[in-house]
Design a binder for this molecule. Structure first.
Ligand code: SF4
Length: 461
């Protein structure tokens, strides 16, 4: 029996995936491969590296974020025409199961661990069902991830330590998909995996690596300490809440264990913006404390990647411009600057849909626009054109060579760590890569910068 797993990559907005440093292996397939019984052969086609080419299989597995789901459906249709059954799972299919069912013989709704073996058993007996609803199990049930199926060209590996979030920010799908309970993976399982990864850089894909309680901070502490005790010499980055700044000991340990960059969901620098996204955590900290908090993280040597959202219902043109200035002057080393996007399954989607404000609604084709770099809805306080044009100006400004170098120098001074400042610079370059994709008129990519250096190292002239 052969299981063919395909990682679809949207050909419409490839931006972030143009660069090796921001491509991550499709972790779900490493879990699925580990859950698949031995009598199955597992193969992967990963469009991050290999353009899709039809291959025979007994069963095809597909997953995708909303922005790549149309590509997944296109591939599913090819297999459908060839009478090869297809199963689709992942975040988008879980939020839109009926839509996914139009393209697949079976849809996994929710987390896959509790249903995968049953699905394969049913398939072998000719009784595969249309839907399988995964339970949110304890994370002891995540098997050791099978890294052998991933393309060795990946520069950065990934793993996870937790799932779930007790908050319910309006725009976010985490709580709908992984639930409101913060679940933690056994520390030893995580450490074994880090040792096993072939790469020396990795990403903890957690939505908040330190969590929301004493117990979750202790879990994070044990992981950081375990990395040090085992003598693992790898560098890593992850995501965390701004509360991380209040944990000096934990921050120090994170740095010593190899943390060089932390993604913080800042969202907005105004109280109105935070209220509009229901970002309670940041509101509690207080916008006036943001810069001080960023610096507390940077002072231990970890660079800060601040994530900001534009086009909130509280945003007019002036607010977009103010946020742009805030970012340029803020104590963050690099920044994600995305447009509010009503992802299916979120409260934002339900609200905007009910208000008739979603404009990109020719589904499934229009899901390609849901990458946070396109305007998909009618903003509350400006026109779509105004938001688009403000964002274009903003991107050219914040990702200009001048501003990125300014951030790099400030990062170097504050973190006193070349690695951290360089990761931040490379991250900004990757975001700038998006602009190449969006506007097609930029040659200042990370590859253009490091290309001559790489050639020199290889001895080419
Ligand atoms: S944005 Fe972060 S804090 Fe808010 S619901 Fe999502 S994961 Fe939780």
């Amino acid at each position: 029996m052969k299981l063919l797993l395909i990682n679809p990559v949207s050909q419409f907005r490839k931006g972030f995936l143009n660069s090796d440093i921001t491509r991550f292996p499709p972790l779900a397939y490493g879990i699925i491969s580990a859950l698949t019984p031995e009598h199955w052969e597992v193969e992967i086609i990963d469009e991050n590296y290999d353009p899709f080419k039809f291959k025979e299989a007994d069963l095809v597995g597909l997953t995708g974020f909303t922005s790549s789901i149309y590509r997944a459906y296109q591939i599913a249709e090819i297999y459908k025409k060839n009478n090869i059954p297809v199963v689709i799972g992942g975040i988008h299919a879980s939020m839109m199961p009926d839509e996914a069912a139009n393209f697949a013989d079976s849809v996994v709704v929710g987390e896959v661990e509790s249903v995968w073996k049953k699905l394969l058993e049913d398939f072998e007996n000719g009784q595969m069902r249309k839907f399988y609803h995964g339970e949110r199990l304890s994370l002891d049930n995540i098997p050791p991830i099978d890294y052998s199926i991933f393309n060795p060209a990946y520069l950065v590996s990934s793993t996870l330590t937790t799932r779930g979030c007790p908050f319910d920010c309006e725009f976010c799908t985490v709580t709908a998909f992984n639930g409101g309970k913060y679940r933690m993976r056994p520390v030893e399982n995580v450490l074994d995996e880090i040792e096993k990864m072939p790469q020396d850089k990795f990403f903890f894909v957690d939505d908040n690596i330190i969590g929301y309680s004493k117990a979750s901070k202790e879990h994070a502490r044990q992981i950081f300490q375990g990395i040090i005790d085992r003598g693992i010499k790898k560098t890593w980055w992850s995501q965390a809440s701004l509360n991380f700044a209040k944990e000096p000991e934990l921050l120090k340990l994170a740095y010593e264990s190899g943390c060089r960059l932390i993604f913080i969901g800042v969202e907005a620098e105004t109280e109105e913006g935070l209220i509009s996204t229901n970002k309670k955590l940041n509101k509690k900290i207080g916008v006036e404390k943001f810069n001080e908090s960023f610096d507390k993280i940077r002072e231990v040597g970890i660079a800060v990647l601040g994530s900001f959202i534009f086009g909130l219902d509280s945003d007019g043109v002036e607010d977009i411009r103010n946020r742009r200035e805030f970012i340029k002057n803020a104590n963050v080393d690099c920044y994600q600057t995305g447009i509010l996007t009503p992802m299916p399954g979120t409260k934002t989607f339900k609200r905007m849909d009910a208000e008739g404000r979603i404009v990109r609604n020719n589904y499934p084709k229009d899901w390609e626009y849901y990458s946070v770099y396109d305007v998909t809805f009618k903003p509350a306080k400006m026109s779509m054109n105004e938001l688009e044009s403000e964002m274009k100006d903003l991107w050219y400004d914040v990702y200009s060579k001048k501003n990125m170098m300014k951030k790099f120098m400030s990062g170097l001074r504050k973190t006193k760590n070349v690695d951290s400042a360089s990761w931040a610079l490379a991250t900004n370059f990757s975001y700038r890569n998006m602009m190449v994709d969006l506007f097609g008129d930029d040659v200042f990519t990370i590859e253009s910068l490091i290309g001559p250096y790489q050639k020199m190292m290889k001895g080419d002239s």
